[in-house]
Design a protein around this ligand. Structure first.
Ligand code: FAD
Length: 408
């Protein structure tokens, strides 16, 4: 097995790095930081994304027929890695919704949604969790009732979603609803792709522990806010249905597995280690005694090894996707290892830096504008969102190790 990138891939990485060095000025980075915070990209964002698209780096692995480049998943990985590391932007080919449209959509849906998702005219947020069901997602109560006959058939949606991250800057919600009122659990669910400007939808902010408008750009965990989304007799055309009616569980699970894979997903957790190593090498006078400390050197080396494992697991998942093979436990394994590594790294960094690590931006004694303090507040949430690590472990036990479901 050869883990090296090919000379062509390495050349592409160098080209992307040179682009970033030239184009990602302080002003551009500040504008892009708003995207990570859930505030939307600043005025320079669209021009930068256009330049990236002109170079053919957007959605590298997605089919050409829908606006992608038809390239390899590994090339996609490499480009994603560079852009996420530099500015925490996800360059097409990842994220919520579109991978599921590619996996389960009709030809018409793929032609409509995918090119617009690549150009960021369409942005999906994920409407799974409800106040009574997060882990226990099969308990979804949000209802969609089909009325009328083709070509005028439509769904009327009523209910509530919670923790709908980025709903305030998205155009569509990838919505898990119960279409069969008699059904229970996993049966009778469907996915609707609902435009968020449809009358009857209300988005309300739900602020997180990271709600600090003056916080440093570059914290990698979570946003300042997530949302509650309410549906009050919301009418959408039946053409918004993704996959078959009643097959929503399978459609959503396929989408979730694809959503969990990507260089940016592992970097959310691993960027911590890279940041602290860069700081230890920096000219900050507080860094020197630490970088000479054997215990610190030992710890950062250990974190680096763990981080490399996150990266290799991601690359394995990408090759599974490249081969169009099916995931069984691999996405779940990544979803346990990377976030838990992130928590371990954040805590270890806090121990290395001592009390300074807990100082937020605004405090003169802080380190890197309070970056590590923000991460301390928020690393834990990545072990819960997108499916908690406990639930992922159960999936690994069943699908990876073949253990039967526990007796009730
Ligand atoms: C910052 C953030 C952003 C999010 N963004 C989105 C989003 O965009 N869209 C969306 O749909 N959802 C989103 N979520 C919701 C997220 O998916 C849920 O929080 C998660 O699935 C857990 O559900 P819950 O909050 O209802 O907790 P619960 O289901 O009540 O679980 C609480 C704890 O109990 C554990 N637990 C529960 N059942 C079991 C079991 N059977 N065995 C072992 N342990 C168990 C869980 O692992 C967890 O640790 C987000 C959450 C957060 C924190």
């Amino acid at each position: 097995m050869d883990f090296h990138f090919s000379p062509e891939e390495e050349a592409l990485r160098t080209e992307v790095q040179a682009f970033i060095a030239q184009e990602f000025t302080e002003e551009v980075l500040a504008d892009l930081a708003g995207g990570k915070r859930g505030r939307g990209f600043g005025p320079r964002g669209p021009a930068i994304f256009r330049k990236i698209a002109e170079r053919g780096w957007n959605a590298i692995a997605w089919p050409e027929a829908y606006g992608g480049q038809g390239g390899s998943r590994i090339t996609q990985f490499l480009v994603e890695e560079e852009f996420y590391r530099a500015a925490q932007v996800v360059i097409g080919g990842g994220g919520t919704g579109t991978p599921a449209v590619l996996a389960s959509g009709t030809e018409e849906q793929k032609r409509h949604y995918v090119p617009k998702a690549i150009s960021r005219e369409i942005i999906f947020c994920q409407g799974y969790s409800e106040p009574q069901c997060g882990t226990d997602l099969a308990g979804v109560r949000c209802r969609a009732t089909r009325t009328g006959e083709a070509p005028d058939a439509h769904y009327v949606v009523n209910g509530q979603k919670i923790f709908t991250t980025n709903a305030q800057v998205s155009t569509h919600i990838f919505l898990l609803v119960r279409t069969d009122p008699q059904s229970r659990r996993h049966a009778g669910l469907s996915i609707l792709l609902v435009p968020l400007d449809t009358p009857g939808i209300t988005v309300r902010p739900l602020y997180t522990i990271q709600n600090d408008p003056g916080g440093p750009p570059g914290t990698t965990y979570g946003e300042e806010r997530t949302n509650e989304v309410f549906f009050d007799n919301v009418e959408v055309p039946a053409s918004c249905l993704l996959g078959q009616e009643g097959d929503g569980w399978a459609v959503s699970q396929r989408g979730l597995n694809l959503d969990r894979v990507g260089a940016w997903r592992y970097l959310i957790s691993v960027k911590r280690d890279e940041d602290i190593v860069n700081w230890l090498k920096s000219g900050d006078e507080r860094a020197q005694p630490l970088r000479d400390d054997a215990a610190v050197r030992d710890k950062v080396a250990e974190l680096w090894i763990e981080g490399q494992l996150c990266r290799l697991m991601t690359m394995r998942s990408m090759t599974i996707e490249q081969r169009h093979a099916t995931f069984s436990y691999e996405g779940a394994a990544e979803k346990v290892w990377a976030p838990e590594h992130g928590v371990r790294a954040t805590e270890a960094i806090a121990q290395m830096l001592g009390p300074h690590a807990q100082l937020l931006n605004g405090s003169p004694e802080n380190v890197q504008d309070g970056l590590y303090a923000h991460n301390l507040l928020s690393a834990f949430q990545s072990t819960v969102n997108h499916g908690s690590v406990q639930v992922m472990r159960d999936q690994i036990a069943r699908k990876g190790l073949g253990l039967p479901k526990p007796a009730k």
